[in-house]
Design a protein around this ligand. Sequence first.
Ligand code: IDP
Length: 148
Amino acid sequence: MAEKAFVMIKPNAVKRGLIGEIIKRYEQKGLKVVAMKMIKMKKAQAEELYKVHQGKDFYQPLIEFILSGPVVVMIIEGPRVIEAVRSINGETDPLKAQAGSIRGEFGISVRKNIVHASDSIQSAEQEWKIFFEENEIFEYLCGFENEL
Ligand code: IDP
């Protein structure tokens, strides 16, 4: 089965009208969106998503930011999808992110860095299980897969 990544469009990017621009970049790379919804995240979900950062200086402001408005959560599938999505997103600090990446083009703040993506296959599964039931994840052929 293809690898899955959990991806989230953060509240500032939703407010700036960047949802389409961001999803377009994953799709045009050839990756497949297999689950997606807009939610107002619950505090417990935010704390679970960012539990590895508990105790760090940026943890509380990060949780407050993530709860400050709706987010779009997605599961994206494809070959080497973790690497693919992280390369499309760019480095954590948008000022260090490659110019053509999402964070490189649209971000200015480390905290409000536009998107989140899992950093491993293991963390992807832990993360998407916070937000999705199995029956919300779809299997279908997309793009060139229909033509092979
Ligand atoms: P990643 O999102 O690129 O995987 P992580 O190190 O896992 O980066 O950090 C998770 C999130 O925490 C980042 O996306 C960013 O929003 C926030 N963050 C990380 N480091 C800092 C910091 O030094 N100041 C403020 N926020 C930070």
